[in-house]
Ligand binder design. Structure first.
Ligand SMILES: [Zn+2]
Length: 409
């Protein structure tokens, strides 16, 4: 999502304003869209080069970002965990259990994409043969996607057909990473992708399903709770749900166990970012807030905590990868632990995928019910509506992560 310009009268903390200013000063040697395409390349040398150009621009400003993070951490409310009503620690513990599994999968992927060992620059690489061939025109791809979704969710095909008939606008990405358009109920659907979409390959379908999921969610939400804003906890849940369904279909349709493995490794990109990067950011933020409460934080402490935390989650040395620290949530003192909301929604999307896998096709009514349960940004409330007790036990989190263990185990 492009960064909105700040209005003069807006009450934005100085540290966050300084952060936005610093971000605006980041210049890549080449257009960033091309660099992200380079990260997906099958050529290890091109991936390394793209990564160096992306990271280099951030690494040069690393000390300035570290100073801002120290200021932002000190300005965050240390009591926010109690106010938020959910401590990230148990969730981090359970998500951490999938870490060794993901590390092993990352090693397998590295070998599959021609890198000797796991390197950060290989996270986005597309695994050869994982749905990379057999490109078709967009209309045919949308037809296939409708059939895929219809197998798992009642009304899936009619929805895709409806969007395809005039609401869909494909746009080349104008910012430095794939991002989601902001949907409006009944409005046009903007799909931004790094791929140029002259033709659509099977591996592009999950991404397309993701964007359509935003629209499906948003339309239904507007019907169920008109005028209600989209809950931040559940913003990505249904897009990731439809994306997960498209992956399931691709994998089930694969002709061999080798092809299924390739598809799983291709999907690893998403799991790496969601289940390693987001937990790392949360843990980093928690440690920084705790340290600044003791008056100990400074740019050197930031760097040390960063290296320890990211090394722990990724299992590789993060030295020289300040690129990861560009997340705006870390720099805004008004929203401590905001990434937690993302992780909660992500786990709910995994739970929905599991529900459909084990319980069969989701009826229109069940889908409406799932959306209506997520109108408010209240995870504990969602949990109670599912007939479960609150607070959440580690077993429940483990159950939500089952699809990940099955896919990469
Ligand atoms: Zn999205």
């Amino acid at each position: 999502m492009a960064e909105p310009a700040i209005r003069e009268d807006e009450n934005v903390p100085d540290v966050y304003r300084d952060y936005l200013e610093l971000c605006r000063g980041i210049k890549y040697a080449e257009p960033a869209g091309g660099l992200f395409d380079g990260l997906r390349s099958e050529d290890p040398a091109r991936r390394s080069r793209s990564w160096e150009l992306l990271c280099g621009a951030w690494n040069r400003r690393g000390p300035e970002f570290a100073a801002l993070l120290a200021r932002a951490s000190a300005a965050k409310d240390p009591d926010i965990q109690a106010r938020f009503g959910l401590d990230p620690a148990p969730l981090l513990e359970v998500v951490g259990e999938t870490k060794p599994l993901l590390h092993r999968a990352l090693k397998r992927k590295a070998a599959r994409v021609g890198a000797g060992d796991f390197r950060f620059c290989d996270i986005w690489a597309r695994v050869p043969n994982a749905g990379n061939s057999g490109a078709v025109p967009l209309a045919a791809a949308l037809g296939a996607l409708g059939d895929m979704l219809e197998k798992r969710i009642e009304g899936g095909k009619a929805f895709v057909d409806g969007v395809a008939a005039g609401r869909l606008h494909l746009e080349e990405q104008a910012v430095d990473c794939p991002h989601c358009g902001v949907p409006a109920p009944g409005g046009p659907v903007h799909v931004y992708m790094p791929l140029r979409f002259k033709e659509v390959r099977p591996c592009d379908l999950p991404g397309l399903a993701h964007e359509l999921g935003h629209v499906m969610h948003c339309d239904l939400l507007d019907e169920l709770a008109p005028g209600e804003p989209i809950s931040t906890v559940f913003l990505e849940t249904f897009s990731q749900f439809l994306e997960g369904l498209a992956w399931l279909e691709l994998r089930d349709g694969a002709g061999s166990s080798g092809a299924r493995e390739d598809l799983a490794l291709d999907k690893l990109t998403e799991e790496t970012l969601d289940l390693l990067l987001f937990p790392a950011m949360l843990e980093f933020e928690g440690r920084m807030i705790a340290a600044s409460g003791k008056g100990a934080a400074g740019p050197e402490a930031v760097e040390k905590t960063y290296l320890e935390t990211f090394g722990k989650w990724f299992g590789a040395s993060p030295a020289g990868t300040w690129f990861w620290m560009r997340g705006k949530t870390l720099y805004d003192p008004r929203w401590p632990f905001r990434d937690l909301t993302y992780l909660l929604g992500r786990l709910v999307s995994l739970e929905l995928v599991q529900r459909v896998r084990t319980g069969g096709k989701m009826s229109r009514e069940q889908y409406r019910r799932a959306v209506s349960d997520t109108v408010r940004s209240d995870f504990a409330g969602y949990w109670r509506k599912q007939g479960r007790g609150s607070p959440i036990r580690p077993e429940d989190w483990r159950e939500m992560l089952a699809p990940v263990r099955e896919m990469f185990g």
